[in-house]
Ligand binder design. Sequence first.
Ligand code: ADP
Ligand code: MG
Length: 452
Amino acid sequence: MQKDGQKVWSDVCSRLKLQISASAFRTWFSGSFVLDSKEDGEKLLLVVGIKNNFLKEQIENRYKDTVSKAILDSGFKDTSAIFVVANKEPKTDSIKAPIFTGVVQEVITAKTRLDSLNPNHTFSNFVVGFSNNLAYLAATKVAGNLGGAYNPLMIYGSVGVGKTHLLQAIGNQVLSTVIDAKVLYVTSEKFTNDFLDSLRNKTQASFRQKYRTCDLLLVDDIQFLAGKESTQDEFFHTFNEICLSGKQVVLASDRHPRDLGRLKERLVSRFLGGMTADIGLPDLEMRTAIIRAKCAERGMHLDPELVDWVAKESTGGVRELEGILTSMLAYMKINAGKASFEDIKLAVSGNKPSLKNPPTPGRIMEVVSKHFKVDSITLRGSSRKANIVQARQVLMYFLRTELGLPLEQIGDITGGRDHSTVIHGVEKVGRLISANQKRKDDILRIQSLIHA
Ligand code: ADP
Ligand code: MG
C-alpha cells in the first residue's frame, strides 16, 4: 500500500511540474514525500509529509486547486491528499500516531475543489456553551432548512472563536444530508480574487455560474470586502440571485456589519436582513469543556489539575486554547512522564508569551524596524537598497505568518505594493529560513520580540 501511495504521489508530482514553474515546484514540493496512505474501498487517502508548517500552509493556501487538478489529470479521481508537517519517513508507529488526530488538516479531493471544507469542522465536535449557543442554534437550523430559516445567517466574533468551524460545519452537514448539494465555501478574499481574475480573463460567465448556482454559499471573513467597491457590487448581485432562488447564504465576519466601515449601505442592510448571531470569548466553564473534548479527540488524558490550569491561563479564543494545549501535550510527550506539573506549566507559559500579547501590525513594524535599524517611513518608501528590501520582506513575512493578513492589506501597510511583490517577499524569506540556519535564528529572534 505504501508503495502505491508513493507511486500515485510521484505521478501527481509529474503533473504538478507541468502546471507550475520549475522553481515553484522546487520551492514548495521538492521535499514532499508520502508518509502514509490509507485505502477505503475505492478511495485512497495520501498523507503527504511537508518539511515545515510554513510550506504546508502555503501549499494549502495557494496550491490546493492545482494539486486537485493534478490528481484528477493523473487519473486518480478517488484520491485525496492531506498535508502534514513531517521531517522524514516514519520508521515506527509512534511517529504515525498523531497524524490522524491533528486538529486542522485540509483535505484536498476532486469534490473539495468546489467546497474546500475541512472535514474536521463538524457540529458534533463543536463544544456549545454560553458564548456561542445562539450562533450554534442558528447554524444547525440553517443546515436543516436551506433558504428557509434565516437568509443570510451572519456570524460574527473576534479571532479564533469558532466562526470558520461553524460555517464549515453547516457545509459538512449539508453535504452529508442533501444529495448532490452544491456547497461553496470561500473567504471574501478568494471571492475577490476570483472576481478580478474573471474580469481580467473575460470569464465572468463561468464566475457567475460558479457562484450564483450553489445551494449553499459560505463566505468567510467578509470584513475583507471593505473598501472594494466593484467586488461589493458583484457580491450584492450574487447574494440577491442566490436568495431569490431560495438558496442559502451564510457569512462570517470579525465584527458587526455596522462596524465594517467602507461597506456600501445596501450591502450592510442586506447582511442585516436575516439573522445576526455573535460568538463571544468562551468562559471558564466552556474552556474546561473544550480542553476535555480536545484531549478526548486526541486520545490523551490530562490530569484535572492541568486542565484547570490551562482553562484559567488561557483567556482568549479557542484557537489560543488549542495552541496552549498542543504545546503542553507535545512537551509531555517528549518528556514521557518525567516532567513535574511545575515543569510543564513553566515550559508552556515560557514558550507562549504570545498568548498574553497578541501581535499587531504596529508592533511587527516596530520590531522589524528596530532590528534592521530602518525607520518605518523608509520601510514604506521606495528605496531598493539591499538591507531595506530585506527588512521590508521580513515585515511582509511576519504580517502574513503572524497575522494572516490578506496580501493586499500587507501591500498597503508596506507602502502600497502590489500583491505579487508581497508574495515574492514572503516566499523569499520562507526560502531563506529553510536554507540558512543563521537567517532562521534571526527570524526566530525577531519573532520572539514581536511576542515579548
Ligand atoms: P475563527 O474563524 O473564529 O477565527 P476558527 O473557527 O478557525 O475561528 O476556530 C479556531 C480553532 O478553534 C479551530 O481549530 C476550531 O476547530 C476550534 N474551535 C473553535 N470553537 C470551537 C468549539 N466551540 N468547539 C470546538 N472547537 C472549537
Ligand atoms: Mg476564521
